[in-house]
Design a protein around this ligand. Structure first.
Ligand SMILES: Cc1cc2nc3c(=O)[nH]c(=O)nc-3n(C[C@H](O)[C@H](O)[C@H](O)COP(=O)(O)OP(=O)(O)OC[C@H]3O[C@@H](n4cnc5c(N)ncnc54)[C@H](O)[C@@H]3O)c2cc1C
Length: 431
């Protein structure tokens, strides 16, 4: 293994791979560590919806820039990432839902977003398979969806072509700090000397942050996705109704998931007591979106953490972790899809999977430097919508490292917003 690097990136998801690519392209000596395989966690299990609309205002400038990168990514990475720019469509079926989409369009326009309200007739031209009644659609034409495994690997391969070293099946187990600055990373393959460490460890980013004494207030929730048998081309948009979300892949399979009023699982963990003052009001506010549950996996992980140490122990970072799929919910969503699109009445579930999501108290990511130690950079807490931000995350974090300042401000995402005595705003709704 290489013994020195300008930058060590921990995590081989879309964020880590895009950062490694952007750094290597500009001549930096980068090492990326991935404990499993590239895209084996969230970035390989995501819905891979690339959407600008429905985001909170601070994310919109980043997403406007990310879309421009997605539009040319295949040329940039010299491969196909199956980016289908078919738009993003939210359906409103009640007056209350209508109000939500109207407010969202209004808010988006103020920030330069090109989305609009469409009548049912206009919607049926874009997605002819919708058969259920609805009041209107909110449509963002430049949004799309992609193949996340292809795309994350494309970033990793392009990074390697520019000289980055990528070690898979290699855990980062500790980070050395000297004189207030990051100095090294200890891995299962040896030690690497480096002045800069990027923590892009996905749902385990809080554990990696603990290695240098940084506290990141996140909770882990569980979501899922499922896929049908292939169909001839039916629609290009991602369609999200209150109880059903779906899109068609390039190979014709319908990928379906929960709707915009869907529920996520929170498997109770001992970390429920961490930052309870922040999380309890949120649990109450979003009670209709969260289903509390119990999982032996989480309990086992907690016990190992208790006895193995907070973060530095290998077992804190499981490999090949397959979160449980709730088949009852998958079946309910399959039925919801057939209710929305009755012509798909023969739709079968050929596979389903679950994935973990790291949520922050304001549902915004954590990006940028920490107060201490110098050289430690946080990239996480994407709260279930970080895949679409991947290309711009890669660009901005590389600029932060190489130029001292990113070309678009990421100040709103600083971890310092969760510092002692700071009041964290409640997000308006889960989006
Ligand atoms: C079911 C589901 C649906 C989603 N749908 C969407 C969507 O439609 N659109 C969207 O934009 N986002 C979506 N998301 C969220 C999105 O997938 C994530 O925000 C994004 O993939 C995060 O990428 P990442 O690279 O930051 O993290 P990850 O992809 O989780 O990568 C982190 C990597 O770090 C590695 N790692 C962790 N600890 C260590 C260590 N100590 N040493 C070495 N390696 C380590 C992990 O193995 C992992 O591979 C969804 C997520 C899920 C689970």
């Amino acid at each position: 293994m290489e013994k020195e690097a300008d930058v060590v990136v921990i995590g081989g998801g879309i964020s880590g791979c895009a950062i490694a690519y952007n750094l290597a392209k500009r001549g930096s000596k980068v090492i990326l560590l991935e404990k499993g395989e590239i895209a084996s966690e969230a970035s390989g299990r995501t819905g891979a919806i690339v959407r600008q609309q429905g985001r909170q205002p601070p994310e919109i400038p980043l997403m406007l820039a990310s879309i421009r990168l997605w539009e040319h990514l295949d040329e940039e990475l010299k491969t196909e990432t199956d980016f289908v720019q078919g738009g993003n469509l939210y359906l409103a079926q009640t007056d209350e839902e209508m109000k939500v989409i109207e407010e969202t369009v209004e808010e988006g326009h103020q920030l330069g977003l090109d989305n609009r309200i469409l009548s049912p007739q206009e919607v049926s031209k874009i997605v002819p398979t919708i058969g259920a009644p609805f009041k209107a659609g909110m449509f963002s034409p430049r949004d799309g969806h992609t193949d996340s495994i292809k795309c994350t690997n494309a970033f990793a391969n392009a990074a390697k072509e520019h000289g980055a070293k990528i070690y898979t099946r290699c855990h980062a187990v500790d980070i050395g700090v000297k004189g207030g600055r990051v100095d090294s990373v200890t891995t299962t393959l040896g030690e690497i000397k480096t002045p800069v460490v990027v923590n892009a460890a996905g749902v385990w980013a809080d554990r990696v942050a603990k290695m240098v004494g940084v506290h990141m207030p996140v909770k882990i929730i569980r979501a899922w996705g499922a896929e049908s048998q292939p169909y001839p081309p039916l629609y290009k948009a991602f369609v999200r109704a209150p109880r059903s979300g779906s899109r068609q892949t390039v190979s014709g399979n319908i990928r379906f998931m929960g709707g915009w009023k869907g529920r996520y699982n929170y498997d109770i963990s001992l970390d429920i007591f961490e930052d309870l003052g922040i999380w309890l009001p949120r649990l109450i506010r979003f009670s209709t979106h969260v289903k509390l549950g119990f999982s032996w996996d989480v309990l086992r992980r907690d016990i190992r953490r208790l006895f193995g140490g907070q973060g530095k122990h290998l077992s804190t970072f499981p490999v090949n972790y397959e979160p449980a799929v709730n088949w009852k919910v998958v079946e309910a969503r399959r039925r919801a899809l057939t209710e929305l699109m009755p012509s798909l009445k023969d739709v079968k579930t050929i596979k389903a999977w679950a994935g973990l999501i790291d949520i922050t108290p304001d549902l915004l990511p954590v990006l940028g430097k920490v107060e201490r130690p110098d050289g430690f950079i946080m990239v996480g807490g994407f709260s279930g919508h970080g895949y679409a931000l991947g290309p711009i995350t890669g660009k901005l974090i590389s600029e932060l490292i190489l130029d001292g300042k990113p070309s678009i401000s990421i100040d709103a995402f600083s971890i310092s917003r969760f510092g002692k005595g700071k009041k964290v705003p409640m997000p308006p709704r889960y989006r």
